[in-house]
Design a protein around this ligand. Structure first.
Ligand SMILES: Cc1cc2nc3c(=O)[nH]c(=O)nc-3n(C[C@H](O)[C@H](O)[C@H](O)COP(=O)(O)OP(=O)(O)OC[C@H]3O[C@@H](n4cnc5c(N)ncnc54)[C@H](O)[C@@H]3O)c2cc1C
Ligand code: FES
Length: 274
């Protein structure tokens, strides 16, 4: 029988600094490629993996690379506590353990055919990045598509090297709280963003990843755009332990983030981010 808890070793084949406390790690299996599921993807955009480093614990991370990429998986790690500090010390050529992918991702089949507004902040970009890669692969299946990505300062925006590619397929709208002299994008989660978004609200969906300025984005952007709560999908981050619905560490109301999420319909959750 397959052991759902069993981690396997992966090689770190690339590390990139994305900000003062965030690094991207590219992970490859020690033998062969990652397996694809019945949908032809390695994972569903929005699913997470559990990463462990011996002696430092285990934690969930969203997957930032394309779900169609079988050679590697990218994770973007913010230095927060014990595990992530230790992971930040690792070098290319070192190994760590992973298990997964777990949970339910964004409902890409439901989202197909509709306009899409993605909203995220700071370190919430990884699952949204994999959703963008999915949309790009099936570009003709999706309607008008927007990414609104906010951060505290321009240097806190992650995955900057991807923006040029993404802009060829979708509208990328960047916003920061504290601009520097070179900044040409928006400042704050400003309502003026709305006038640049052209969607059919009755046939649009939104994908969000919190925490960050999500309630603000909801009030200032998604509600005024007329996207109903039923059509807003939120990727929730909660502390986890088992990752597979056994330990009750990750509850949101009566739901488990690891099993029922991490992506929830906005109608289903308690409407607060912590
Ligand atoms: C589905 C999911 C996807 C995630 N994806 C990413 C990702 O792509 N990149 C990334 O950097 N992190 C991600 N996280 C968060 C990451 O798992 C935590 O930061 C993790 O606890 C770090 O482990 P640590 O041992 O380094 O820090 P810990 O010692 O666990 O925590 C350090 C500090 O951060 C706080 N903290 C930890 N986790 C959370 C949380 N989920 N919400 C609020 N505060 C928290 C703790 O209370 C503590 O103060 C994700 C979490 C979930 C549930
Ligand atoms: S992490 Fe154990 S039940 Fe979700």
């Amino acid at each position: 029988m397959k052991n759902i808890y069993k981690p396997f070793k992966v090689n770190i084949v690339k590390i990139e600094d994305h900000s003062s406390n965030v690094k991207l790690f590219r992970l490859q299996k020690t033998k062969g490629n990652f397996l694809v599921n019945e949908k032809g993807t390695v994972f569903n955009p929005g699913q997470f993996i559990l990463i462990s480093h011996f002696g430092y614990g285990e934690a969930p991370f969203g997957i930032a690379s394309s779900p169609f990429e079988t050679r590697y998986i990218d994770i973007v790690v913010r230095k927060a506590g014990c595990l992530t500090k230790a992971v930040h010390q690792l070098k290319t050529g070192n190994q760590i353990f992973m298990r997964g992918p777990y949970g339910h991702g964004f409902p890409v089949d439901f989202m197909a055919g509709k306009d899409v507004v993605m909203v995220t902040g700071g370190c919430g970009i990884p699952p949204i990045a994999s959703l963008i890669e999915y949309i790009i692969e099936y570009r003709k299946k999706f309607g008008r598509t927007y990414l609104i990505y906010g951060a505290r300062t321009p240097s806190d925006l992650l995955m900057k090297d991807n923006f040029k590619k993404w802009e060829k397929y979708i509208k990328v709208m960047l916003t920061v709280d504290k601009p520097d002299q070179e900044w040409k994008g928006h400042v704050g989660m400003v309502s003026s963003i709305i006038s640049d978004i052209k969607i059919d609200p009755l046939d649009a969906v939104s994908a969000m990843c919190g925490p960050g300025p999500m309630m603000d984005a909801l009030e200032r952007i998604l509600r005024p755009l007329g996207i109903s709560d039923r059509r807003i999908f939120v990727n929730m981050e909660r502390k986890m332990q088992c990752g597979v619905g056994k330990c009750q560490h990750c509850t949101v109301g009566e739901k488990y983030v690891c099993q029922d999420g991490p992506v929830f319909n906005f109608d289903e959750i308690d409407k607060s981010w912590d």
